[in-house]
Design a protein around this ligand. Structure first.
Ligand code: AMP
Length: 178
């Protein structure tokens, strides 16, 4: 079985979660399988090896799971982008909209040094609102976004085009497209 077949076999569609009409892509079975999880982290890392990444941003919460080992393997630092009220220090914040709601993201104001090269990692790219807000936070904090990386992309929600419109020229990488 190829890595892609393995990953696809371990991503489960959950209908009407967390609200009616949403098909939630549950990556828990992929994470629970050592070969699938390690191959996914390895593939993310391999794709960004040449990008000279200084920091990897993980988006709360499932983004952390891939971003942290990727940062370790890329020789980069890890920075959490979190939901409101979780970070103890002074923060920048950005509002964003989700496939199933709206929210705010925050990052510590001192999370980056000026000009640092940042890779933004999440589990799923849907409409792109979350990743775009994370990128605005990185720019506001004085660093540069050199890429977006997700395990899977929901192509029919056109998140890639939304990111291209808001952050032109920043490459988007997905291991799988649905
Ligand atoms: P969006 O901002 O619309 O691109 O949504 C992406 C964020 O919402 C990611 O952090 C995902 O974890 C989550 N998300 C959105 N839609 C789904 C979905 N269908 N299945 C799993 N996670 C999703």
């Amino acid at each position: 079985m190829s890595d892609e077949q393995l990953w696809r076999s371990r991503i489960v569609d959950v209908l009407d979660f967390p609200s009616e009409g949403v098909v939630f892509k549950d990556i828990s079975p992929l994470l629970a399988h050592h070969d699938a999880f390690s191959a996914a982290v390895d593939a993310v890392v391999a794709h960004h090896l040449e990008a000279a990444v200084d920091k990897v941003v993980g988006i709360e919460a499932r983004g952390f799971i891939v971003a942290a080992p990727a940062a370790y393997r890329l020789g980069a630092g890890f920075v959490p982008v979190r939901k409101p009220g979780k970070l103890p220090g002074p923060t920048h914040e950005e509002a964003y909209s989700l496939e199933y709601g709206a929210n705010v993201l925050q990052v510590h104001r001192d999370a980056f040094s000026p000009g640092e090269r940042v890779l933004i990692v999440d589990d799923v790219l849907a409409t792109g609102g979350t990743a775009a807000a994370a990128a605005r936070l990185v720019f506001t904090a004085g660093a540069e976004v050199v890429g977006f990386s997700v395990l899977l992309e929901l192509g029919f929600l056109a998140g890639r085009a939304a990111l291209a419109a808001q952050h032109p020229g920043v490459p988007v990488h997905a291991l799988l497209e649905y």
